[in-house]
Write a protein that binds this ligand. Sequence first.
Ligand code: NI
Length: 253
Amino acid sequence: MMNWLDSHCHINDEAFKDDLDEVLARMVENDVLEAMIISSHVEDFEYALRIDSDQIAFKRSLGVYPGDVNETDEKTFERFKEFFADERCQAIGEIGLDYHWDKENKERQKGFFLSQIEIARKLDKPIIVHSRDAIQDTYDILKDAGVRGVMHCYSDSPEMAREFVKLGFYISIAGPVTWKNARVPLEVVKAVPLERLLIETDCPYLTPVPKRGQRNEPSYVVYTGKKIAEHLGIAEEAFKKRINENYHELFRL
Ligand code: NI
């Protein structure tokens, strides 16, 4: 029997401060035995290193989040770079472009995105890409980037998803695919070859049905996984096996 996994979670977030042990216990209960913990600050990464379990295999990543570039100075970025090279940092991310909240600093966002891509390329580590209201600029940067990676919490069109797949990227699907208005995410799932698909929670946000309205957590990734397997008409066990292979192929070191 293959286990479930969460390819993108923030269990190092404040939202889990009080009950992390219970959250980890529910992961084991739901057979979610692997997870990638994402950090957007060096302190979060150091904390993520201390999150441990006998039964769950964790991987960890670090990156300057596009929403944080205004506050990230050279000195802070130097500290990120030290950790990028650390073998316990298995991916660079989440990095990318987010024009939803701030369109005024596009060039600064692109600058951080490009320099972190360059570091990932040199270190031969995969990148985890955050893109919101910025899909064309993201694509234009990635098409010549020469790195492998994943489009995390993918929320754009099936057509663009196929373009990222052509670049060698994985497409990771989060809780919204279970929501009532999920027409486009379900089209994306069908447009992406199974060997390029990943699943994630992005918890504490984007909680899947039937837990919508509550805080999200890694054990809920099973709802997203089951929904996709059902939509694709694939047996759950075969689907899990494929997702597992994809995860290990992407985050190999
Ligand atoms: Ni995230």
